[in-house]
Design a protein around this ligand. Structure first.
Ligand SMILES: *[C@@H]1O[C@H](CO)[C@@H](O)[C@H](O)[C@H]1NC(C)=O
Ligand SMILES: *[C@@H]1O[C@H](CO)[C@@H](O)[C@H](O)[C@H]1NC(C)=O
Ligand SMILES: *[C@@H]1O[C@H](CO)[C@@H](O)[C@H](O)[C@H]1NC(C)=O
Length: 398
């Protein structure tokens, strides 16, 4: 009897211990399709190959929750294509679950929602290169704009039979659109309107960090010398890291968030330990070239192409080639893509006549760079007003 009791206690203890250790919710490990299905929405996967051999997966939510069971429910709908930022994926727009995720809200509002994945994240591969091949990682947002977005847009148009989409780009997803418009101006004709959420175009605030890491420490070349070409963290290492230093009730005790807030702007009121852990656990790899290209932009203070490399010539992307109406939304407390820099971009777009609007994305005064993705109150402080913006853009353009 005593033996049985002690065994039961032992098992209970193990259970409690493992419960505590397993702080990451199951959503941390689910694929985007699984997340969407668990949330009660229909999902489709589509694959497209870029002209330079990368295979990208797009996730589509063709209908809202209520209409999920009706056949061909995407017919006649207006399509929106949403593009993530660096370290992100299509998961960024569903990770907060129903009621709190941009993709679900748009689907419930009657849009045909497409989420793209830029080369490098787990929903992408290459025809001929594995992830261990350094050539796989030879890309930056230049290639995202020149190859990934055109391929994704063409895929959406061919599946839906539509002639245009509305494009929403977050951070690097916005920068990539400007590259596309500059390098492949024919794609202007396939876009109704471009909504840029905190586009990563001018980044003078990270100039000191970029100079320190890329110039003084030359840190990436040192990693390259050891055969490392991307920031890719092994799943179990990442989990352990999150559990040990990136998880705490109070944001000020969360070392990871303190570092992140230093770069993107502090917003402790919108912090939630579980959401933060979930978000960090789903981080995607970044290529060194991406970091260097942004570093070059920051250090030169020019939205320059990569050309002959980090220290090579500076050649600005041509904003005059942007021909679609652009709406720029910024966070009042975004330290990465700061308000002043978004206004600077706005003035340039205004000069060529394509600026539709520039304004804060939210009335929340501490709204920072990541609040676009996982603010605790994202539904009220961002998504609701955003849906109104989408409605008015479609009313205006089509
Ligand atoms: C991949 O390999 C095939 C067969 O060797 C070749 O025809 C193709 O051009 C390669 N694609 C790329 C993007 O390198
Ligand atoms: C930028 O694009 C505009 C419009 O297409 C063109 O007239 C201009 O020459 C381009 N500028 C450069 C520097 O290429
Ligand atoms: C855009 O240009 C117009 C006309 O020059 C000017 O009245 C307006 O204030 C400008 N808007 C912005 C946001 O710069």
């Amino acid at each position: 009897m005593a033996g049985l009791i002690s065994r039961v206690i032992f098992i209970l203890c193990c259970f409690v211990l493992s419960e505590q250790q397993n702080i990451l919710k199951k959503e941390a490990y689910q694929t985007v399709s699984q997340l969407i299905i668990s949330a009660g929405y229909p999902v489709e996967k589509h694959r497209v190959t870029t002209t330079d051999g990368y295979i990208l997966q797009l996730h589509r939510i063709p209908a809202g929750k209520r209409t999920a069971r009706k056949a061909s429910s995407a017919k006649g709908k207006k399509a929106v294509l949403i593009c993530h930022g660096i370290l992100g994926s299509s998961s960024d727009f569903v990770i907060m679950g129903p009621e709190k995720s941009l993709a679900y809200s748009l689907a419930d509002d009657g849009y045909d929602v497409w989420l793209t994945n830029l080369r490098g994240n787990i929903y992408t591969s290459h025809q001929n290169y594995t992830r261990n091949n350094p050539k796989f990682w030879e890309y930056s947002f230049h290639e995202h704009g020149k190859y990934d977005l055109p391929a994704s847009i063409d895929k959406v148009l061919s599946v839906t039979g539509l002639s245009k989409i509305l494009y929403i780009g977050y951070s690097m997803g916005g920068a990539s659109f400007f590259v596309m418009a500059s390098e492949r101006p024919e794609y202007n004709d396939k876009v109704i309107s471009f909504l840029a959420l905190a586009p990563a175009v001018y980044l003078p605030n990270i100039k000191p960090i970029a100079e320190f890491l890329l110039k003084d420490l030359n840190i990436l070349d040192q990693f390259r010398a050891q055969g490392i070409h991307s920031v890719s963290i092994q799943r179990n290492v990442l989990d352990m890291f999150i559990k040990s230093v990136c998880y705490s009730k109070k944001p000020e005790n969360n070392i990871c968030m303190r570092i992140i807030y230093m770069v993107i702007g502090n917003d402790e009121e919108q912090y939630d330990k579980d959401i933060t852990a979930l978000f960090l656990a789903r981080f995607q790899p970044a290529s060194f070239r991406q970091l260097e290209h942004f570093g070059k932009v920051a250090m030169t203070d020019v939205f320059t192409s990569w050309e002959d490399g980090l220290w090579g010539s500076v050649k600005p992307y041509n904003f005059s080639n942007v021909r679609v109406p652009v709406t720029l939304l910024y966070g009042e407390n975004d330290q990465l893509t700061e308000k002043s820099q978004i206004l600077r971009l706005a003035a340039e777009l205004n000069a060529t006549g394509v600026l539709d609007d520039v304004r804060p994305a939210s009335s929340w005064p501490k709204f920072n760079h990541l609040d676009f993705i996982f603010a605790y109150d994202i539904d009220s402080i961002f998504i609701k007003p955003f849906l109104t913006t989408i409605t008015s853009l479609f009313n205006k353009y089509g």
